[in-house]
Structure formats: C-alpha cells, structure tokens
Design a protein around this ligand. Structure first.
Ligand code: FCX
Length: 423
C-alpha cells in the first residue's frame, strides 16, 4: 500500500512533464487578460498610473493639499478616486473632519491588538485588526435585515469611510505595541488630515517633512488599477458580498507577499546588505557586482520589474523628486545608494535577460526616505502601504455594489481539458 506522499511522488513528475509541453499555451498568471471593470485608475505600461485620466504630476498640481502643506493628501485622492472629480478645499477639509471624528478604535479591537505577540509580523496584525472591525459592519447588519440591492452601495460606503478612518489608528497602535511598548498614543486631532494624525500617532508628528512624505506616499500608493494582487483580492472577496472589512483584510494578506507590497521591506534589507558588503567606497562597478551576486544566487532584485509597467514607475519618480528638493535627503548615504543602484540596475537586468521590465517600481524608493527620518523598522513598511491601498480598494467596492457587479467566478481547466482545447 502506498502512502499519500508516495502516491504524490508518482503523480508530480507526470504533471510536470505535461505542464512543460503545455507551457506556451498557459496564461502565465493571467498577465494581460482583460477581465475586470475598474473605474478609478488605469495603468499604462509606458506612462504609468492615471487616476481618472490624471497623472501623478497633474494630481500634485490639482488636488488640494493639507493646510500648510504641498503634497497630495489621502482625502483629496479618495475624493478623486470615488467621484472622478477634483474636490474643493472645503470638501476636503470636511472629509478630513469626518474621518477624524470616526477614527477611534472600538475597545475590543484595542484589547485584541494589544494581546497579540509583538513578534507577530505587523502585516499579520493589521489584517487581523481589520477583520475584527467587521463586528461593526453596517453593510452586514443591513444585509441581515433584508435590504434591496440598490441600497448596497450606501452601506458599503459607510463601512468604507469607517474603515479608512480607523486604519491609521490601528496601524499606529501596532507600531506602538511592537516598537515602543508602553508609550502613550496621542489623541486624534479633529483639525488635522488623516495622514497628519497617523504620523502624530506613530510618534513623528514634529517632523513636517516626514508628514509631507507620507501624505504623498499614501496618496500615490492608493490605487494601481484592478489587477494587482491586493486590489483584485478585495474585489474578488467583495464580490461575494463580504463586507469591506473582510474584503480588505483579505487584500492585506495579498499585499503581504514579497512579490507585491512586502517588496518595500525587502528592498531596504537588500540595500543595507549591499551597503554593508560594499563598505566605504560605493561605485557603479561594485553595485553591479552585488546585483549579479543577487541574480546568480537565484533571487529577484527587489523593487525592480513589474507585471504591467515597462518603464520606470512614475510613483518611483515622484518619490525621487521629493528627495531631489531636500538637501538632507540628498546627502543621505542610503538614499544615494538607491539612486546609484537605479543608474546601473536596468542595464544589469537587461543583460540578465529575464525580466520584461528592467526598471524600478515604487518599492525601490519608498523605504529609504522613511529610514532617513528615523522610521527604521522596515518590517513595518508594508503596513504603511496597507493604510494607503484601502483608498482604491474601497472605491471599487462602493462602485461594484452601485453597479451591481456579480460574484466573480472564472473558469478553470485541468491539463487534460487544455490539451483537448488545443488539439
Ligand atoms: N529580478 C530578477 N528577476 C526578475 C525580476 C527581478 N526584479 N523581475 C522579474 N524577474 C524574472 C521573473 O522571476 C521571471 O523569471 P522566471 O521566468 O524564472 O520565472 C522572469 O523574470 C519574467 O518575469 P516578468 O514577466 O518580467 O515579471 P512578472 O510579471 O512575472 O512579475 C514581479 C512581476 C513584480 C513579481 C517581478 O518583476 C518581481 O519579482 N520583482 C521583484 C519584486 C518586486 O519588486 N515586487 C513589487 C512589485 C510592485 F511594485 C508591487 O506590487 O508593489
């Protein structure tokens, strides 16, 4: 009698051989497959992301910043994503106030998060906290009471606003618990924007440059059309009429993968290793050698490549531009290393010849500025991405319910079925 392991050991080589034969007919990760409606943004392989047809520089020009600030804020971006319109300053201030008023965490969530071991990855904690917030779901309660389909979107919007309001408070509490246990968390300031409050609660409120950086960071990470793993996950789970909390908790666990959002944590670890190995004098030549060592050991170069983009990511460029206007950032060795890596990595990746896009994505740049300003715990970086990506995911959930989009259910095929199709 065979064990289940022995039975599998027999089947796997057969399937592997079958796959090899079929490989050119399989859809590698559904790349390029047009299968989803997503209104808020469209990703062009060359031009990069456009939010309702507006590029990042256009958004920087047109969207109202925080009082006394220059960068785009989360509220302006959310308004644009949801409505397709540029909000007035008064509309943005009103939205900031609404979010601030709804930002407190329920006590049971605070207790739950405080009970988690501080060694549990911050992204795991974030997803758990968001899922627990579904206890509060207005959509779920209304669904149970028997609402009409046409009313779904209003309850989805209410949950979405509550989720967006609480995400930074939750994320800041996780930061406090993991890295500064026992430290008090400042109360939410009702006159401040969402990210202003988030930075305050992280304990960096005095640093106006970091606040502005995170405003820009969170606005431009907000949406990247629908096919990326986190956005697609939120959409898929939401299509079952799971409420926004559960849908977004699922999305966070897609974001937590190293080929997706976790890459920003990986980039900094990798760049710091590079710095350590290279030592004092950083030249293009020794960066190239380090890149080749990474590639030859079978690892990916984190922060490079993309499923859709075929040019440097305009989000990367926007974050680089932020550095270019500040002498303290330009003088930072890690930021200089990121810049220098960008000067050589595309040619190395072209020569390596595997990746379809040898250029940097946003994750190549996002962590080094945080590191410079003292937010040095890079295991936390994807949580910041997670605070941001909710903007696009909840926008889609509201529109999916408003448009009555159906449950997602694509067709899968076995290898035999595919063989029959291509014969
Ligand atoms: N370094 C080394 N090899 C790379 C590479 C990189 N940065 N990017 C792609 N490749 C390899 C792939 O691993 C694949 O190899 P294989 O044929 O042996 O499987 C081959 O090149 C073709 O892949 P490609 O079609 O170009 O890329 P995919 O669409 O499959 O994957 C990601 C896209 C982003 C996952 C890929 O480029 C990657 O792994 N990059 C590094 C991780 C990263 O930065 N992720 C963040 C992406 C993004 F911005 C985000 O979601 O946050």
């Amino acid at each position: 009698t065979k064990t289940i392991r022995e039975a599998l050991e027999e089947v796997i080589p057969v399937k592997q051989a079958q796959l090899k034969k079929l490989v050119e007919h399989l859809l590698g990760g559904m790349r390029g497959l047009k299968a989803m409606l997503w209104e808020a943004s469209v990703l062009d392989p060359i031009e990069g992301i456009e939010f309702h047809n507006k590029t990042i520089p256009q958004c920087q020009q047109e969207l109202p910043p925080a009082a006394g600030g220059k960068e785009i804020i989360a509220e302006s971006m959310l308004w644009l994503l949801l409505t397709g319109k540029v909000p007035t300053e008064a509309e943005v201030r009103q939205l900031s106030r609404e979010l601030a008023e709804k930002g407190e965490l329920p006590e049971y969530v605070e207790k739950f998060i405080d009970s988690l071991p501080p060694t549990l990855h911050p992204m795991t904690q974030l997803g758990m906290g968001v899922a627990a917030l579904n206890h509060e779901s207005k959509f779920q309660a209304a669904y149970e009471s028997g609402i009409k389909k046409t009313e779904y979107w209003t309850y989805t919007l209410e949950d979405s606003i509550n989720l967006l309001a609480r995400l930074p408070t939750l994320a800041a509490r996780i930061y406090r618990n993991v890295y500064n246990p026992g430290q008090p968390i400042p109360a939410i300031n009702k006159d401040l924007d969402l990210v202003g409050n988030y930075v305050n609660q992280l304990g960096f409120g005095e640093n106006k440059d970091l606040t502005e950086y995170l405003r820009l960071y969170i606005a431009i990470h907000g949406d990247h059309e629908g096919g990326n793993a986190s956005a697609h996950t939120a959409h898929l789970v939401g299509s079952t009429l799971s409420d926004p909390y559960l849908s977004y908790a699922a999305a966070l666990y897609a974001l937590a993968g190293p080929l997706h959002g976790l890459a920003n944590q990986e980039v900094l670890r990798w760049q710091l290793n590079m710095q350590k190995e290279i030592g004092g004098e950083v030249t293009h030549e020794n960066i190239k050698e380090f890149l080749w060592r990474t590639l030859k050991s079978g690892q990916v170069v984190p922060g490079y490549g993309h499923g859709v983009l075929r040019n440097p990511d305009p989000r990367f460029m926007a974050l680089q531009q932020f550095c270019d206007t500040r002498p303290d950032l330009l003088a930072d060795p890690v930021i200089q290393l990121v810049k220098k890596t960008y000067e050589v990595a595309p040619d190395v990746l072209k020569e390596h010849g595997k990746t379809k896009n040898p250029y940097p994505n946003v994750d190549a740049a996002s962590g080094c500025v945080l590191y410079h300003y003292g937010l040095t715990q890079f295991k936390y970086y994807t949580v910041i991405f997670g605070v941001s990506r909710a903007l696009g995911c909840v926008t889609q959930l509201v529109w999916a319910r408003a448009l009555g989009l159906p449950i997602e259910r694509p067709k899968s095929l076995s290898m035999e079925a595919i063989e029959k199709l291509i014969k």
